[in-house]
Write a protein that binds this ligand. Structure first.
Ligand SMILES: [Zn+2]
Length: 385
C-alpha cells in the first residue's frame, strides 16, 4: 500500500512548531523515518544570544548516488487564530483541501517527500541502490543561524557527501508544475551617510544641509539601472528602504542624513564588484560637492545559479510529465536555504504552490499533495537512487 502524504502532512501540521519550537514535528519525522530503516540523528545547535534550535538528519543507504531532500518543519506564527476558518494547528480537511499553518510552507512538501521515499523503499526491498537523506531544520523562518548553515558543515564533518539536493520550498507560482527555482538573487544591505554642517535654518549660508546632498545622491543612484538582467535573472534592483535625519527641531539644519537600501542582484555581479559599482556611481554624483560614505553590511546571501544540466532537466521533465505543465526555470523571489546548500552540492527548489505561504487559512489541495508525491517518487526512480 502506498504511503499517505495527506496523513503525514496532517500529523506535521498538528505540531505547533513555530520557530524556534520543535513542537513534536522532528520527533514525529524521526519516528516515521526511523521505522523505515533510516539512521536518524537529532542535533541541537546553539549560539550566544539566539534560541537553541533542534534539527534532524536522516539517511538510508551507503552508496552513490546520494540525493538529499532539504526542508524546514518550523512555521511562522498563525496570527489571530480566530481569523482562521479552520484552526491553524488542527490539520482539518474541507472541500478537498488540507488547512493549517505550514500546509504549503513547507510541511506539505516534507510529507510528500517522506511518502515518496517510503514508497520507493517498499518497491526496492527496503533499501535504496544509492542513498537518500533528509536534512531538516527547525530554523528557517527565523534568523536561520542554528539551522541549515550549521547542519551542513556538521554533516560534512561526519563525511556526508551529497550529489544533488531537492529543497522543498513552495517554488510554484500559481499551479503545481509551473516553476522550478534554479538559483536565487543575492541580497546586499547598505547605508548611505551624507555629512554636512549643522546650523540655523535662517542662516543656511553658514551651514551645509546634508538633506540636499542625500537627495541628489539617492536620485542619481536610482536613475541608472544596475544592469539589464542576464540569461536566467531579472535586472538587479536597488530599493531605498528608509531615509533618516532624526531631526525634531524645526529651526535646525541637521549635521547628517542617512539612507538605508537593499540590492537584489543577479549574476552580472559579485558582492565586491557590486559594492564597487555603487561606490563609483555615488562618487560621480557627489563630485566634490557632497561629503558621503557608504557602509555595507556583511551578507551571507550571494547570488547563485545551479547550472542547467541533467539534474535540472530530470526534475523539470518529471514535473512536466505528472502535471502537464512545462516549468519555468526561475531565479525570482527572496532568499532561501538554497544559498547555503549550493556550497555543498547542486540544488533545485521544487515544492508546492507558494501563494498562500504565511497567509491566514493557508491550505493545499489534496490533489497537489498527491501529485507532488508522484513527482518526488518519479524523481527518485529516474535518479536511480
Ligand atoms: Zn519555507
Amino acid at each position: 500500500m502506498a504511503a499517505d502524504p495527506v496523513a503525514i502532512a496532517r500529523d506535521l501540521i498538528c505540531c505547533r512548531s513555530v520557530t524556534p519550537a520543535e513542537g513534536g514535528a522532528l520527533a514525529f519525522l524521526a519516528h516515521l523515518l526511523g521505522s523505515a530503516g533510516f539512521a536518524v540523528e537529532r542535533v541541537t545547535f546553539s549560539q550566544a544570544g539566539t534560541d537553541d534550535v533542534e534539527n534532524l538528519y536522516a539517511r538510508i543507504g551507503s552508496g552513490a548516488p546520494h540525493l538529499m531532500f532539504a526542508g524546514h518543519t518550523d512555521v511562522v506564527p498563525s496570527g489571530d487564530e480566530k481569523l482562521w476558518t479552520h484552526p491553524p494547528f488542527a490539520g482539518e480537511i474541507a472541500d478537498g483541501k488540507l488547512y493549517g499553518r505550514g500546509a504549503v510552507d513547507m510541511k506539505g512538501a516534507i510529507a510528500c517527500f517522506a511518502a515518496a521515499a517510503l514508497d520507493h523503499l517498499a518497491k526496492h526491498g527496503g533499501r535504496p541502490k544509492g542513498s537518500i537523506s533528509f536534512l531538516i531544520t527547525g530554523d528557517e523562518e527565523g534568523i536561520a543561524v542554528n539551522g541549515t548553515p550549521k547542519l551542513l558543515p556538521w554533516a560534512a564533518e561526519r563525511g556526508e557527501k551529497f550529489d544533488h539536493c531537492v529543497l522543498g520550498e513552495p517554488s510554484n507560482d500559481a499551479a503545481l508544475g509551473d516553476m522550478i527555482k534554479i538559483g536565487r538573487r543575492g541580497s546586499l544591505n547598505g547605508t548611505l551617510i551624507v555629512t554636512g554642517r549643522q546650523g540655523h535654518v535662517a542662516y543656511p549660508q553658514r551651514a551645509d544641509n546634508p538633506v540636499r546632498g542625500i537627495v541628489s545622491l539617492i536620485s542619481a543612484v536610482l536613475t541608472e539601472p544596475l544592469d539589464k538582467g542576464s540569461a536566467h535573472f531579472d535586472p538587479s534592483n536597488l530599493e531605498f528602504t528608509s531615509v533618516d535625519v532624526g531631526n525634531r527641531t524645526v529651526n535646525l539644519i541637521p549635521a547628517e542624513a542617512r539612507a538605508r537600501f537593499n540590492i537584489r542582484y543577479n549574476d552580472n555581479h559579485t558582492l565586491t564588484s557590486l559594492q564597487r559599482l555603487v561606490e563609483t556611481r555615488l562618487a560621480a554624483a557627489a563630485g566634490d560637492r557632497v561629503r558621503w560614505r557608504v557602509e555595507f553590511e556583511p551578507s551571507n546571501s550571494d547570488v547563485f545559479l545551479t547550472t542547467s544540466g541533467p539534474f535540472v532537466d530530470l526534475v523539470a521533465g518529471v514535473a512536466a510529465r505528472v502535471t502537464g505543465r512545462t516549468p519555468v526555470l526561475s531565479t525570482t523571489g527572496g532568499t532561501s536555504d538554497a544559498r547555503f546548500i549550493k556550497n555543498y552540492c547542486p540544488v533545485v527548489e521544487f515544492g508546492l504552490v507558494g501563494q498562500l505561504a504565511h497567509h491566514v487559512d493557508e491550505h493545499v489541495p489534496i490533489a497537489d499533495l498527491e501529485n507532488l508525491t508522484a513527482i518526488y517518487r518519479e524523481v527518485l526512480a529516474a535518479y536511480g537512487v
